[in-house]
Every structure is written in structure tokens, then in C-alpha cells.
Design a protein around this ligand. Structure first.
Ligand code: C2E
Ligand code: MG
Ligand code: MG
Ligand code: MG
Length: 289
């Protein structure tokens, strides 16, 4: 009976592996069509100044309106498939163009210095993925200053310490763009790279924020990260703030900005625009940009 059970368990396991592999293959096939068929959409989530409660920044987050089942396709899953099959560069270009077109429109319409954060896959720093000169041209065409864009990168990229990476980051800064280090604390956290690269914002990963309580280990880590970042001249953004309690603790710890469901979920452009319309334009004490 035990053997029987073992075999069943084994076949169950391999069936689900097979399913996962099939889903991945199908995802790859569908992804190649998605750009051409305009199935991608950007959502926007405000990044709030914790002391004023106002925002002048937002993160663009990719959504895939897959014709069969959009809810199946989280960027966490399909981005890695897009990287595997070598089309992350094209998708990334689309995201950059779409996000900057949108921010140009909003800055004009609402007379606001809105800055947009754009996630960049590490692969976009190398070989065919490197479209940055085109991006700069695109910004110029839109008449946008560089500082209306912040590029979000992750720790793994900096570990490589390759010339392509330093060169590209330096070029971003020359053109006025800012750089954020996303998901901080979940990667290798080899802190030495922080002094080698010019980083403007550290984004504390949601995993440190979600269990935040007074005197907890996570609290100590957040306080330490914030103190270190400030000493190095960086601003701090806390990700995944869901409760007023978390916000209050982070504010007390000196955290500059926050992002999370407490303030707003990532929103389709039309809904995000309503937030822009509601904002108190007379009072914008946020520092540049
Ligand atoms: P990320 O850049 O760290 O983005 C933050 C994620 O946290 C988003 O997930 C957002 O919806 C979610 N989030 C925000 N506030 C809360 C909260 O209060 N609670 C919880 N539980 N979650 C919250 P999303 O949109 O599913 O994106 C997942 C990841 O996919 C992103 O993580 C990013 O790494 C990647 N991604 C998204 N868009 C792009 C893109 O355009 N290009 C690239 N290369 N990657 C992208
Ligand atoms: Mg991000
Ligand atoms: Mg993150
Ligand atoms: Mg993440």
C-alpha cells in the first residue's frame, strides 16, 4: 500500500511538473503575440511622501490582459519567461515609452512634477537589451527632463560590477534620471556595492514591512537600513505598507516615502488620473523631483 501511495504521489508530482512546463511553453508562445496584439497595460501606484501624505512619484507596473485568463499572469511569472525567451528588451522598451508618454501627458494636464519609476530587468543592461540611447532620444522627443524618470534595478545586477552596468547607470545620471534599488534586503546584500554606485533611493522590501511591530527584529532592520541609507545620501521608500501602524512606525524611523495598499493599489491609468485630479496642487512640499 505504501508503494502504491508512493507511486501515486510520484505521478501526481510529475503531472504537476508537466503542467507547469506546459504553461511556461504556452506563456512563451502567447508572449510573442502579446506586444503586437496590444495586450499589455501599465498600472500606476503612488509613492507617497510619508510626512505630508502627498505624492509626486508613482511606479509603473506591467499587466498582461491575456485573452484567456488575465489573473493567471502575474508579472512575477511572465517577466522571467520573457527573459528566458529573449524578448524582455522589447517589452522593456514598450514599458519605457508607454510610461513616459503617459507621464508627459499628466505633467502637462495637471501641472505636476510627477516622476515615474520604471522597473528594469537586469538583462536589459546587456547586449541586445541595451536601448538606452533610444530612450534618451524618446525623452527629448517628449520634451521631458530626465528627472521625471527613476529606473528601478535589483541588487543582483550590482554584484556583477560589470563595465556595462556602471556605464549605463552613469549615463542615466548624466541625463538626469534617478536610480532606485528595488527589493532591498532580499538579495545578496553585499553592502560594498552601495558605495561603488550612485543610487538615489533604497526600496525596503515588503517582507520587512509586513510584520513590522515595535521592538521587533524587522523594526531594527528597517531602522538600520534607513540610517545607513541617509548617511550615504540616499532616500528610502518602504514597499508594501498595508496598515496605518506600519506607516507610523516607518515615519517615526525616518523613512521618507511609502508605497502600498494603505495609500492605493496599483491602478489603471484612468483611475490613477482621478487621484491626480484630487490632489491639492497648491501644497506640494515634496523635494525634487
Ligand atoms: P516590484 O517592482 O517590487 O513591485 C512591487 C510589487 O508589490 C507589485 O507587484 C505591487 O503590486 C505589489 N504591492 C504594492 N503594494 C503592495 C501592498 O501593500 N501589499 C502587497 N501584498 N503587494 C503590494 P506586481 O505588480 O505583481 O509586480 C511584481 C514584480 O514584477 C515587480 O515587483 C517587478 O519586479 C516585476 N515587474 C512589474 N512590472 C515590471 C516591468 O515593467 N518590467 C520589469 N522588468 N519587471 C516588472
Ligand atoms: Mg519595483
Ligand atoms: Mg520591490
Ligand atoms: Mg518585487
Amino acid at each position: 500500500a505504501a508503494k502504491q501511495q508512493g507511486r501515486n504521489r510520484y505521478s501526481f508530482f510529475s503531472a504537476s511538473m508537466r503542467e507547469a512546463a506546459m504553461l511556461k511553453m504556452q506563456t512563451a508562445v502567447d508572449l510573442r503575440k502579446a506586444l503586437a496584439e496590444r495586450q499589455f497595460e501599465l498600472y500606476y501606484q503612488p509613492i507617497v511622501n510619508l510626512s505630508s501624505g502627498l505624492f509626486q512619484k508613482a511606479e509603473a507596473l506591467l499587466r498582461w490582459n491575456h485573452p484567456d485568463n488575465p489573473s493567471l499572469f502575474s508579472p512575477n511569472n511572465f517577466i522571467s519567461v520573457a527573459e528566458d525567451i529573449g524578448i524582455i528588451g522589447e517589452i522593456g522598451d514598450w514599458v519605457f515609452k508607454q510610461a513616459t508618454r503617459q507621464v508627459a501627458q499628466w505633467r502637462e494636464r495637471y501641472q505636476t512634477p510627477l516622476q515615474i519609476s520604471i522597473n528594469k530587468s537586469p538583462l536589459q543592461f546587456f547586449k541586445g537589451g541595451r536601448q538606452h540611447p533610444l530612450w534618451l532620444q524618446h525623452l527629448r522627443d517628449l520634451g521631458l527632463p530626465g528627472d521625471c524618470v527613476a529606473i528601478e534595478i535589483t541588487e543582483g545586477l550590482l554584484l556583477e560590477a560589470s563595465p556595462e552596468v556602471s556605464e549605463t547607470l552613469a549615463m542615466f545620471h548624466r541625463s538626469g534620471m534617478q536610480v532606485s534599488l528595488d527589493d532591498f534586503g532580499t538579495g545578496y546584500s553585499a553592502l560594498a556595492y552601495l558605495k561603488k554606485f550612485n543610487i538615489d533611493y533604497l526600496k525596503i522590501d515588503r517582507s520587512f514591512v509586513s510584520h513590522l511591530a515595535p521592538n521587533s527584529n524587522d523594526m531594527a532592520l528597517c531602522e538600520a537600513i534607513i540610517a545607513m541609507a541617509h548617511k550615504l545620501g540616499m532616500k528610502v521608500i518602504a514597499e508594501g505598507i498595508e496598515t496605518a501602524g506600519q506607516r507610523d512606525l516607518l515615519l517615526a524611523a525616518g523613512c521618507d516615502y511609502g508605497q502600498g495598499y494603505l495609500f492605493a493599489k496599483p491602478l489603471p491609468a484612468a483611475e490613477f488620473e482621478q487621484l491626480l485630479g484630487q490632489r491639492e496642487q497648491a501644497d506640494t512640499p515634496d523635494r525634487t523631483p
